[in-house]
Design a protein around this ligand. Structure first.
Ligand SMILES: NC(=O)c1ccc[n+]([C@@H]2O[C@H](COP(=O)([O-])OP(=O)(O)OC[C@H]3O[C@@H](n4cnc5c(N)ncnc54)[C@H](OP(=O)(O)O)[C@@H]3O)[C@@H](O)[C@H]2O)c1
Length: 267
């Protein structure tokens, strides 16, 4: 007989595990209040033993007050039959699976959709959260905010902004990686050892993000570091003549449109 659980996490892969560890580390829930379920039972058992959580038998969610779904989107429709339980709230992280699709397959309005990113593993995710009205009244949204605050910053957003959130913020680490790699290539081209160049490029992005968060507009930081006749303004001229702004804008537009397309496939 299973104990009453505050939360069952279905899928303890990269994201499910990062959330589980964040929630325990930040003491949002006690380990014994959490059940975990996965496909590979030996892996689930090992995680349960290490974290002090309950390992749940596959497909059995009896006694869970809320379910955090961290399955791949393409697994959802097959899993919906056993995921759907009476008097249960659902928080889904599945990219592209809309609130209306969750409600239809889980037979409840108590659904919350969240879009975190891989920085959850460092406690630095930006997570968008959306829900219909009824989830709010059941306390599911406030639970979702607490869960995702354990792995970073949360933003309540209308679902209509999820695709652009995905195209800019969730896909952002990929764009940052390209910028870091090309900065490092430039430094290597001018004679800097590769490992040092890569570390410096990553630290430039990290510290610039912190500086940007302290200013009202990105242009202010650009102006502060651009001395008249100096090095930064010489570099910026190359970026401007190459059309970097249009390229970055089109990057976000393309990723947003792809997210919209993928979302239509999950309906
Ligand atoms: N990773 C991210 O940064 C990120 C960001 C935003 C959104 N998301 C969304 O989060 C979800 C999970 O992503 P992920 O990166 O964590 O994927 P993942 O690492 O592949 O994890 C998926 C997990 O689901 C488990 N699973 C498969 N079938 C199952 C079943 N029938 N019952 C229970 N568990 C089952 C898998 O178990 P096995 O390991 O045993 O196969 C695996 O551990 C996806 O929908 C993704 O769109 C992820």
């Amino acid at each position: 007989m299973l104990k009453r659980m505050k939360l069952a996490i279905v899928g303890v892969g990269k994201l499910g595990l990062a959330l589980l560890e964040g929630v325990i580390r930040q003491e949002v829930l006690a380990p014994q209040e959490i059940g975990i379920m996965g496909r590979t039972q030996s892996k689930v058992q090992a995680i349960a033993e290490r974290t002090g959580t309950q390992a749940l038998p596959p497909g059995d969610l009896q006694g869970a007050e809320r379910v955090l779904i961290c399955l791949k989107p393409q697994m959802f429709q097959d899993a919906a039959a056993w995921l759907a339980q009476p008097d249960t709230g659902y928080i889904s992280t599945m990219a592209g699976v809309k609130l209306s699709t969750l409600s239809r397959h889980l037979h409840t309005e108590r659904v919350v959709r969240a879009m975190p990113n891989l920085a959850a593993t460092l406690g630095l995710s930006q997570t968008a959260i959306a829900s219909p009205q009824q989830a709010e009244s059941g306390g599911d949204v406030s639970m979702a905010r607490q869960l995702f605050a354990a792995v970073g910053q949360t933003y309540d957003l209308p679902e209509s902004l999820f695709d652009v959130f995905t195209g800019m913020s969730a896909s952002g680490p990929g764009y940052a990686a390209i910028i870091a790699e090309s900065l490092a290539d430039g430094a290597v081209r001018m004679g800097m050892p590769r490992a040092l160049a890569q570390e410096l490029a990553a630290r430039v992005l990290l510290s610039s993000g912190q500086l940007l968060l302290q200013r009202e507009h990105p242009g202010l930081l650009k102006d502060e570091v651009s001395s008249p006749g100096g090095t930064t303004i010489a570099g910026l001229e190359v970026l401007e003549t190459s059309g970097i702004r249009g390229i970055m804008m089109s990057t976000v537009v393309a990723a947003t449109q792809r997210s919209q397309e993928l979302g239509r496939l999950q309906e």
